[in-house]
Design a protein around this ligand. Structure first.
Ligand SMILES: [Ca+2]
Ligand SMILES: [Ca+2]
Length: 268
């Protein structure tokens, strides 16, 4: 055990003197350099050394503060990084949703417009009307929607349309106008755009129930004969042959066609 000393200087104590001398004034006695000993646990080190922990304690604070600062900076960086990652994930998610929606629009209902019902097939847009109109009014209907009555350019297109009409037709007479007519010159078939019919690419019905195959320019219904073409067989058409000439005045459903817009193959 060693002793640490605390110095209190000039401590004054007053003491009553009783009835001696001047009656009422107390005499003052001064005790200077009063020392009070206080016992402290001994470390076995010199006094200077015993004070070391205090000074060491102070010297530790800067390094702890530095450590805390580093941890704080790392935490802040981690929070910022998490925030950035979260934001990036949200952007990616939104982008993915937009792409998915575009793809859905492309393959589901790509040709919706006024009146609806445009369908994308083989890079072309088709509209299968439900209304029944004369050939001329049907053509106007297509033009109002920036198309025209369909022109069949290939066996593939005929195959596609023959198949689609089997789905669309409610009964065997429920046939559809196409853009083919010989109204200018009997027997000279032209497409609506004025181009001549390729005679190697025709699908006239063989007319199983009639004595003559199509086109027969039959006058039984209209004395002017039959100058417009409709197509479709509710059942499968033999070798895709399902074109019939018909009086242009008779109301029929129709197939409109137009180019898909190049950018996304949409029917707008
Ligand atoms: Ca005709
Ligand atoms: Ca006919």
């Amino acid at each position: 055990m060693s002793e640490a000393e605390v110095l209190y200087s000039d401590v004054k104590f007053t003491r009553e003197r009783g009835n001696t001398g001047t009656a009422s004034s107390p005499a003052e006695t001064t005790y200077s350099e009063v020392r009070i000993s206080k016992t402290q646990p001994s470390t076995g080190l010199p006094a200077d050394s015993q004070q070391q922990p205090v000074s060491n304690g102070r010297s530790k604070f800067p390094s702890e503060r530095v450590a805390l600062g580093v941890v704080s900076v790392l935490l802040a960086a981690a929070v910022i990084a998490l925030g950035l990652i979260s934001h990036k994930n949200m952007e990616l998610s939104q982008s993915r949703d937009a792409v998915a929606k575009n793809l859905t629009d492309l393959f589901k209902e790509p040709c919706q417009k006024r009146g609806g019902g445009w369908e994308l097939h083989g890079g072309k847009c088709y509209y299968f009307s439900t209304d029944r109109l004369s050939w001329e009014l049907s053509r106007n209907l297509c033009k109002e929607q920036h198309g025209d009555l369909v022109k069949i350019d290939s066996r593939e297109e005929q195959t596609l349309l023959e198949l689609k009409l089997r789905e669309k037709m409610n009964q065997d007479e429920d046939k559809f106008w196409i853009g083919l007519t010989d109204s200018e010159t009997e027997g000279t078939w032209l497409w609506a755009d004025g181009s001549p019919l390729d005679t190697s690419l025709t699908f006239w019905s063989s007319g199983e129930t009639k004595t003559e195959p199509e086109p027969d320019n039959w006058t039984g219904e209209d004395p002017d004969g039959e100058d417009c073409v409709r197509m479709g067989e509710k059942g499968r058409a033999p070798d895709l042959k399902c074109w019939f000439d018909k009086s242009c005045k008779e109301p029929q459903r129709c197939i409109c066609e137009k180019e898909a817009t190049a950018a996304h193959l949409k029917c707008v």
